[in-house]
Design a protein around this ligand. Structure first.
Ligand code: LMR
Length: 333
């Protein structure tokens, strides 16, 4: 894989030089791992539409959904090598490349709703976190939403004790690992593209994700129960290869920034609706029974996951967690 990435990177490097000579459009490959009809898929397609429109054909964006080009870990390597120019990995996926701070978004119950999230991402902390990405050869461009997670398994998940001993697929985040350990479960890091099959064949027993991701990957067809926990959030950081982004002609970059701003507003404006609709679609299939927790059951889940904050303080940074919590409470006028 590494060798093919290197070859692709060499071609990509050449492709940057070629357009100037041949006046061919600048090509942006935007790779992602989810389906086109998800919050991220729709925002990526909107970015393509607007970027091509605003640059008057000077830029061509090719969106590759569903891990068509690369799986989670590989896509970050591919971006750093210049084989693709843009991605939107979830916050949880930045830890393995050395930016642990984004795992703060994974803390259980840290965000009650999307307006609260926006206070963080649109505030000084959000801007500072984006800057951390520079050191890894990437430029952080925007925060895109997915939404809040549900839990699923072939067993009814109501009380924390129900999780004990079950294997759960997680994204590559130490906070998510600590979360499932706090429930007595066994977390297993796995690429998104492998989740459906692993659930189907019993490699793992359960998973957590947003309804839109669950529905578009058909996970509900192999999970008898879905518990509407809303215990955590999945969102993305849109990143570009830094060298590519910095090297864009002066009459192109502002147009792409404008396209990104509008695609972000568009995607984030409808992410909640996308997830609500996915939940309704899952329900319609009758394949996965929904479980809604009572306030007491919800409180028990929160209590069971509380130790995670301490468990990961050393990794994510206690001051960062405190700052994050403070910003969630900030007023926005
Ligand atoms: C996951 O791996 O579950 C998600 O991060 C996939 C995605 O990009 O939404």
């Amino acid at each position: 894989m590494r060798r093919s990435l290197m070859a692709a990177a060499a071609c990509a490097a050449f492709a940057w030089i070629a357009p100037a000579a041949a006046q061919a459009p600048i090509s942006i490959k935007f790779s992602h791992v989810v389906a086109p009809n998800t919050p991220k898929g729709l925002a990526a397609d909107k970015f393509k539409e607007l970027a091509e429109k605003y640059t008057d054909g000077k830029v061509k964006v090719e969106v590759y959904p569903n891990s068509q080009l690369y799986k989670d870990k590989e896509e970050l390597e591919a971006l750093q090598l210049g084989a693709v120019q843009m991605l939107a990995p979830s916050n949880s996926k930045f830890g393995p490349i050395g930016i642990r701070e984004f795992e703060v978004f994974d803390l259980p119950y840290i965000l009650p709703d999307l307006p609260t999230l926006r206070k963080v991402t649109d505030g000084p902390l959000g801007a500072r976190l984006l800057k951390l990405i520079d050191a890894k050869g990437m430029t952080g461009l925007a925060y895109w939403d997915n939404g809040f997670k549900v839990m699923s398994a072939n067993k009814r998940l109501v009380a924390p004790a129900d999780y004990k001993g079950l294997k759960f697929r997680i994204q590559s985040s130490k906070v998510l690992e600590a979360q499932f350990r706090a429930l007595g479960a066994i977390p297993q890091v796995m690429a998104f593209s492998e989740v459906y099959q692993s659930l189907q064949t019993g490699v793992v027993d359960g998973q957590e994700n947003t309804p839109s991701n669950m529905y578009t990957q058909k996970m509900h067809e192999v999970q008898k129960y879905t518990t509407l926990t809303n215990h955590g959030y999945i969102g993305y950081v849109v990143v570009a290869n830094k060298k590519f982004w910095d090297g864009l002609p002066a009459d192109v970059r502002p147009q792409l920034e404008k396209a990104m701003k509008e695609a972000t507003a568009y995607g984030n404006g409808q992410s909640a609706k996308e997830n609500d609709e996915a939940l309704a679609e899952i329900k319609k299939t009758g394949k996965s029974e929904f479980i809604t927790l009572s306030p007491e059951q919800d409180a028990a889940m929160r209590k069971a996951m509380e130790p995670v904050y301490n468990d990961v303080a050393g990794r994510v940074g206690k001051p960062l967690i405190e700052e994050f919590l403070k910003e969630t409470k900030a007023t926005t006028n």
